[in-house]
Design a protein around this ligand. Structure first.
Ligand code: PLP
Length: 408
């Protein structure tokens, strides 16, 4: 008989990296509830409730606020393949790995890429974005709010106004900040914003909340077939090229979430239960209280790392509150430290990518893990591991500084 392997019984790790993080236990409980058919009235009621809850999470009045089934990248891809027509000029604001991901997806969608770049660890000032928009006249502007690869948060106030004035649609990837920092869809004037659950929403990865302005929805609906079953290859009438993807065709997904309930995919019932519970927990806490909790954790992590004699990465003025980059000190093996954190303390901290690989660790305090005791435990463990690896840290320095930060 072939081996059946063991029952799933993972160790109880504390996930203090850039995501995923430990899910809130209530989310995991919601996800063990019984399944329903996707057109069952009980289930479509849950879908409507989920739309209403995520309008508040995204700080928007947008009717079209729902879930894309898939990880956060599914939300990004749905937004971009639906907004970007072949040959359209797309301006991408790039200051990290996820800016590069936007380029990669836009390129596959056939967009013509223009970029406005900043070094990893910096952000792009809004004036530079405005200048670039004036210069390249894009149809779409795409950017990342919090880029976990660099731990920087891109300021986005004014983006929508500039884009509207230039006739461009705007897209924001807010995966890493949704539920942890203010994702102000309407105040930014952003046309599409997408998120994920596994960062500050405190859930597992596998569902991508999305919100779409009426303006963007009109544009996307104009790209679908005019007549059922008839392909619109002939665009001589001035029609728009249709969306290449079926799964990520937002027009079809909006029809599915609308009162029409036109069949598309089978809604991922269990993920919807989880996403709904994430939003309920976030809104019961209160968004402002939640942002303050993440900010307090971020400040304590930063203070603790500095008190340990380490150098925090990036520009203080634009730091994400929920994930902190810190330089690996000279003479210390970054991967050995991560291994010891895991093996001795059951704590995961993050490595880094691209130009920052081997240079920084990334320590997250997000969602259910943005809590005082988890921050203190992580700093205490890191101190002990660094000392064991021969890096001189005064015993208790990081924990004391973090406690002080929490007290002030
Ligand atoms: C984590 C993260 C993602 C991840 O997407 P997944 O498909 O869920 O892995 C995307 N964008 C940003 C900015 C992120 O921080």
């Amino acid at each position: 008989m072939p081996e059946l392997y063991g029952e799933i019984d993972p160790p109880q790790r504390l996930l203090m990296g850039p995501g995923p993080v430990n899910a809130h236990p209530r989310v995991l409980r919601a996800m063990s509830a019984d399944l329903l058919g996707q057109f069952d009235p009980e289930f479509t009621a849950y879908m409507n409730e989920t739309m209403a809850l995520y309008r508040r999470v995204f700080m928007t009045e947008n009717r079209w606020t729902m879930l894309i089934d898939g990880t956060a990248r599914a939300g990004i891809e749905a937004a971009l393949v639906s907004l970007v027509e072949p040959g359209a000029t797309v301006l991408i604001v790039r200051a990290g790995r996820f800016g590069l991901l936007l380029s990669e997806i836009v390129e596959r969608a056939g967009g013509r890429i223009e970029t406005v770049d900043a070094e990893w660890g910096a952000v792009v000032p809004m004036e530079r974005i405005a200048d670039a928009i004036a210069r390249v006249r894009p149809q779409v502007v795409a950017c990342v709010h919090g880029d976990t690869s660099t731990t920087m948060a891109q300021p986005l106030i004014g983006l929508g106004e500039i884009c509207r004035a230039a006739g461009a649609l705007s897209y924001v990837d807010a995966t890493a900040t949704l539920g942890g920092m203010a994702v102000e869809t309407d105040a930014w004037g952003a046309d599409i914003v997408t998120g994920g659950l596994q960062k500050c929403m405190g859930g597992p990865s596998g569902s991508a909340p999305i919100t779409i302005s009426d303006r963007a929805a009109d544009f996307i609906f104009a790209r679908r077939h005019t007549e059922k079953g008839i392909r619109r290859d002939d665009l001589s009438d001035g029609g728009r090229p249709r969306i290449a993807s079926n799964y990520f065709d937002l027009a079809m997904i909006m029809d599915y979430w609308s009162e029409k309930r036109l069949n598309h995919h089978t809604e991922a019932t269990t993920m919807l239960y989880g996403a709904r519970e994430c939003a309920r927990i976030a809104l019961a806490e209160g968004l402002e209280a939640r942002f303050a909790r993440h900010a307090a954790a971020g400040r304590a992590v930063t203070a603790g790392l500095r008190a340990m004699g380490l150098t925090v990465f990036g520009d203080d003025a634009y730091r994400m509150s929920n994930v902190t980059g810190v330089y690996i000190p000279d003479g210390v093996d970054g991967e050995r430290v991560r291994t010891r954190m895991r093996e001795d303390f059951e704590i995961e901290i993050g490595t880094a990518f691209g130009p920052l690989q081997g240079r920084i660790w990334r320590i997250g305090a997000m969602g259910y893990n943005a809590m005082k005791h988890k921050v203190l435990i992580t700093l205490g463990a890191l101190e002990a591991v660094l000392r064991a690896e021969g890096f001189p840290v005064k015993s208790g320095a990081g924990v004391d500084a973090a406690l002080e930060s929490y007290a002030s």
